[in-house]
Design a protein around this ligand. Structure first.
Ligand code: DP6
Length: 346
């Protein structure tokens, strides 16, 4: 018998950055992210358990992609103790991302969370358990599996916002899986905008995994983890109301700049931002000072700039992007995304 599952799962953008890990994908500091909407992966998985000669077949948009197989196989080996049928099954995976490959948008969060959702759904089918989607423990398990695929993916499975990693004073916070955070933030953050300015389409020169490794023995290692722990408390407080947006902005921008400062100040330094990223940052500061529109930036592990702002400023910000920021984007390309409602079974 073949089991089939299809899920749409979004990407996410960290406000407090996960940078540095230990053990099997455990974070060295807590992180907090917005769950996105437009940037997502659609995945369908076919699983035939009990196969005498199990095959893995990985497609992207209907075309064979054997290059993706080694990463998926090592993920499967890592989680096989939790899904006993996995290694004895023939599996076909077909997926597609809404954001173009080479747009510099990390696909691991959306694809690994989609994969965890399909696997957990199929696990329910294999074991003939129903109604599990409504169960909080089921979602924690999805988040945990996603984390084992890619750390940041564990935050993609919850609507609006997610917290990952132990935070003092927050019961239920865990290094193993993310905690849903929508109920802890003001309604202005439920449809917050994220306009992604694509400065470069080039492949990342340093992978996240290498970047995380460079945190061990970094001169600022302990200071950074202490800063992240302090920043997460400040951010959590600021997001409870719509009146502390200045504090929200100051933590977000500081986290983004710290992430890149850490890259530049390690034992094996590297630079991922581009001159255009800096020009955009300066223009954000100028525009915000001049107009009082509370737009701020954050950065991922790459040169692209995410502009974060309340939905009520959509029109003015879009006008400004078109006139002042598009010249800094590769081929004028940008993506209008926003905070979203989390994964969906399709
Ligand atoms: C800068 O989750 O991609 O985007 O766990 O090695 O797969 P792995 O790393 P990954 O790291 C993301 C780093 C970041 C910050 C963040 O998303 O918190």
């Amino acid at each position: 018998m073949t089991h089939i599952s299809s899920w749409r799962s979004p990407s996410n953008i960290a406000l407090i950055k996960y940078w540095g890990k230990h053990g099997i994908q455990l974070p060295n500091n807590p992180s907090l992210s917005f769950t996105l909407s437009a940037c997502h992966t659609d995945m369908t998985m076919h699983v035939t358990p009990g196969s005498s000669n199990p095959q893995l077949n990985v497609l992207y948009d209907g075309n064979e992609r054997p290059a993706f197989e080694p990463k998926i196989k090592s993920f499967f080996n890592r989680i096989a103790d939790q899904l006993p049928w996995l290694l004895q099954s023939s599996i076909m995976i077909d997926s597609i991302n809404t954001f173009p490959h080479g747009a510099g948008i990390a696909s691991s969060a959306s694809s690994m969370s989609a994969m965890a959702l399909c696997l957990m759904d199929i696990d329910s089918q294999v074991n003939a358990r129903t109604d599990e989607l409504k169960n909080a423990a089921w979602w924690n398990k999805v988040s945990e599996l996603a984390r084992l695929g890619s750390g940041s993916a564990c935050r993609s499975v919850f609507p609006v916002a997610a917290l990952w990693g132990e935070v003092s004073g927050i019961s239920g916070s865990s290094n193993s899986y993310a905690t849903p955070w929508a109920d802890h933030v003001s309604s202005i953050y439920h449809d917050y905008q994220d306009s992604i300015l694509v400065v470069s389409n080039a492949e990342k020169s340093v992978s996240s995994t290498e970047g995380h490794e460079l945190m061990s023995g970094h001169a600022y290692e302990e200071t950074r983890y202490a800063e992240a722990r302090k920043n997460i408390h400040t951010l959590i407080e600021s997001m409870k109301t719509e009146n502390a947006i200045d504090q929200f902005i100051s933590v977000c921008e500081s986290e983004a700049l710290q992430l890149h400062a850490l890259m530049m100040s390690g034992k094996k330094p590297f630079v991922l931002i581009e001159p255009a990223s800096i020009s955009i940052i300066k223009e954000v500061w100028r525009f915000r000072n001049e107009t009082n529109i509370p737009v701020c930036f954050t950065l991922d592990a790459g040169p692209n700039v995410h502009l974060l702002y309340p939905a009520s400023y959509k029109e003015s910000v879009l006008g400004w992007i078109k006139t002042n920021l598009v010249p800094f984007c590769a081929d004028g390309f940008f993506i209008l995304d926003e905070v979203g409602t989390g994964p969906q079974k399709i």
